[in-house]
Write a protein that binds this ligand. Structure first.
Ligand code: C2E
Ligand code: MG
Ligand code: MG
Length: 671
């Protein structure tokens, strides 16, 4: 009981208004509210100081011809000393940014100062009023009224401080007036009590109203800054935290490290097991990260499966590496969701300020690049931004800049790589591959600029050009020859793509069945439904769809059923080690078999040796593509290749539900 009471008193003296009908708050909100209350009072501190000093001096002047002059001077010195002390304490904090949160102690200290000052002022009516001549009494009455009204409003931000200041003055004034025994003075005392009540009521109700408004505002702000799923700060909050970290860096010169984290197989899991499991993984991932970070570290969810941490205590590379290692290890254990175990490792990019970036923008970019390399390495690992990355970042920016004009300047060319049908050893089509003839860099390959074009959105215009150019070239080839065109996942986020592709095919006069769209599995990861709709629309027109680089990325056999597929292209990485890697050989065999069962053809990519070709042939792969068959060539050379082909032999194959018949050993006709 006593504890409860003590607690209430402590609460009241810490500025909590709940007991007076103000809003009930949790600790964090109460801290922010106190910060606002204190800031409201400090805003008037200069005025309060000047008023106190002036009034004290006026009182000394008024008392100078009375016997109390000495006592008045001592009193005034005490007032000025106290005011100066408070002012000096405040000056020390003047250059610091306004704190986000303030402790209960700080408010109690402010209340104590207010009480001390009020107590000093209460001495004026008590000690000097009754013995003073009428003129001085008038001055005292005016000074006390002024201090009461000014104090109540000046300290109104913390009503309990206003009460602590004005209370003693009210009481001592009432005592002094009452002590005189004069009826008129008694009336003044009664008036004083009424005014006091009105004044304090106004102060309290205004403070409660302000506090309620602030709490509602904090709530709204919190919702704006929180990720509702994981309850972590969101990107908006994080951006401000990075800015605050840079402000601290400028002040304390203590470096800090920024970690950019990305779950390695989240998209695939989300796709395979559904969004509910995906959400649960994010929640559990957030909990694991919370368990790894310290109090001063700013953890946030940036969106999707990306998180970030400002590691305030990881200033040295060793500390940062130890921290990142702890996180990577925390994700080495599987997640347990609905009785199933799901593995999802994490990759981390680290950048340290100011060495890797002297502004939020550059530091974030550095961490992003480091993450890109960490993911590229193998996932489930961390990587620091380093000097070579600076070159990488510069290079990327330069490419970004130059790409902007490359299309208008006609710097792109298409080359065509032949695809061999293993049934009759004839070229059945070409894959269009883009090349960039840069005026100073020379020939730039697609792997160096397509990712940049994708991230800037330039891929849309470049992709349209590729489709038109490929159709134009293919329209000069015989009717049986197909053209395969690569599409980026980003292109499928544009709902108009199907219409534009159909229009380009129609304009070139090509039969839609001769046009093949090559997509990778990432197409489906970004926006399943929309991408699928586009592919179905194209497929309905007769356009063929191939799944490129099968086996890399987020391979899921369910794509084979999900997509309107005509072909699977087995990635070069599987074909290359066919002879030495038994596992690869087994995968290739089963992909061919599975695709055949589903009525889907298979093209093996990157065939470089006769042994690889023999293996593919023996296992009934439909087509082969690679340097052994032919390197990519320009349109004229592609046409020449077709012209050099021997006439087609009489029907050598039959195909039923994708199954191939056995046949003899054909010979590749192109180099
Ligand atoms: P991809 O679609 O898998 O294309 C095959 C890549 O493998 C081509 O590289 C080709 O030159 C190379 N290649 C073919 N046979 C062999 C071989 O036997 N050995 C080796 N070592 N490599 C071989 P390229 O032209 O550098 O293209 C790389 C990737 O860039 C393509 O992979 C494709 O994903 C993308 N790409 C190319 N052109 C375009 C385009 O017009 N649009 C889009 N969005 N992406 C494109
Ligand atoms: Mg391709
Ligand atoms: Mg490929």
């Amino acid at each position: 009981m006593q504890d409860v009471l003590l607690n209430k008193v402590r609460q009241v003296f810490s500025g909590d208004l709940a007991i007076f009908g103000g809003p009930a708050t949790d600790d964090a909100t109460a801290g922010r509210l106190r910060a606002e209350q204190l800031a409201g009072v400090l805003r008037h501190s200069r005025g309060i100081m000047i008023a106190n000093v002036c009034n004290a001096l006026i009182f000394v002047v008024a008392e100078c011809h009375t016997p109390d002059t000495g006592a008045a001077a001592v009193w005034a010195a005490m007032v000025i000393a106290l005011v100066a002390l408070v002012h000096l304490r405040q000056r020390q904090r003047r250059d610091l940014p306004k704190p986000q949160t303030v402790s209960e102690r700080a408010v109690r200290r402010a209340v104590l100062y207010a009480f001390a000052l009020g107590a000093l002022w209460s001495a004026v009516p008590l000690l000097f009023f009754n013995s003073a001549p009428i003129g001085v009494q008038l001055v005292v009455a005016c000074l006390c009224s002024g201090m009461l009204a000014g104090g109540a409003f000046g300290l109104g931000g913390i009503p309990i401080a206003a009460l602590a200041f004005t209370g003693p003055i009210f009481i001592s004034s009432a005592i002094a007036i009452g002590r005189s025994g004069d009826m008129t003075y008694m009336l003044v005392a009664a008036l004083l009590v009424v005014y006091a009540l009105v004044l304090l009521r106004t102060v309290f109700s205004y403070a409660i109203e302000t506090a309620s408004r602030l709490v509602a505002q904090f709530d709204a702000e919190l919702r704006l800054r929180r990720d509702p799923l994981t309850e972590l700060p969101n990107r908006l909050d994080f951006t401000e935290s990075v800015e605050a970290a840079f402000a601290r860096l400028a002040r304390d010169r203590r470096p800090f490290t920024l970690l950019w984290l990305d779950l390695d197989s989240f998209k695939a899991i989300n796709d395979r097991l559904g969004h509910t499991v995906g959400d649960e993984i994010l929640v559990q991932a957030a909990d694991r990260l919370r368990a790894c970070v310290g109090i001063g570290d700013g953890l946030a969810r940036l969106g999707g499966d990306e998180f970030a941490i400002i590691a305030a205590d990881a200033a040295s590379p060793e500390q940062a590496a130890a921290f990142a290692r702890r996180i990577v290890e925390a994700f080495a254990q599987p997640f347990h969701i609905d009785g199933q175990e799901v593995m999802n490792t994490i990759s981390i990019g680290l950048a340290t300020a100011p060495a890797d970036g002297d502004s939020p923008r550059t530091l974030l970019r550095s961490a992003d690049i480091a993450l890109y390399h960490a993911k590229g390495a193998r996932g489930g690992s961390f990587r620091f931004f380093d000097a070579t990355d600076h070159a990488f970042a510069r290079e990327r920016r330069a490419i970004e800049h130059d790409l902007g004009n490359a299309l208008q300047r006609g710097e792109f060319r298409l080359v065509y790589q032949p695809i061999l049908n293993l049934d009759d050893d004839r070229i059945v089509g070409f894959e269009a591959l883009i090349r960039w003839h840069h005026p100073t860099r020379g020939l730039v390959g697609p792997v160096d600029f397509i990712p940049v074009a994708e991230s800037t959105g330039m891929i849309r215009r470049i992709g349209d050009w590729v489709v038109e150019e490929a159709c134009r070239a293919a329209s000069a080839w015989p009717d049986a020859i197909r053209i395969s065109v690569n599409f980026s996942a980003v292109q499928f986020r544009d709902p108009g793509i199907a219409t534009r592709v159909k229009a380009a095919i129609a304009a070139s006069g090509l039969a839609p069945g001769r046009f093949e769209v090559e997509v990778t599995e990432t197409v489906l990861l970004s926006d399943d439904a929309a991408a699928l709709e586009i592919l179905l629309a194209l497929s309905a027109e007769g356009v063929r769809v191939a799944l490129d680089d099968f086996g890399t990325g987020y391979s899921s056999l369910s794509y084979l059923r999900k997509l309107p597929l005509h072909r699977v292209k087995i990635d070069r990485s599987f074909v290359q080690d066919l002879q030495t890697d038994l596992q690869n050989a087994a995968i290739v065999k089963s992909v061919i078999g599975l695709a055949a069962d589903l009525g889907i053809e298979t093209t093996a990519e990157g065939v470089e040796t006769a042994e690889q070709l023999a293996f593919l042939r023996a296992h009934q792969c439909s087509e082969a593509q690679g340097y052994l068959i032919g390197r990519p060539v320009d349109a004229t050379e592609a046409t020449a290749l077709l012209e050099r082909q021997p006439r087609p032999a009489k029907a050598s194959t039959t195909r039923a539900s994708g199954k191939r018949t056995a046949k003899g050993k054909p010979k590749a006709h192109c180099d």
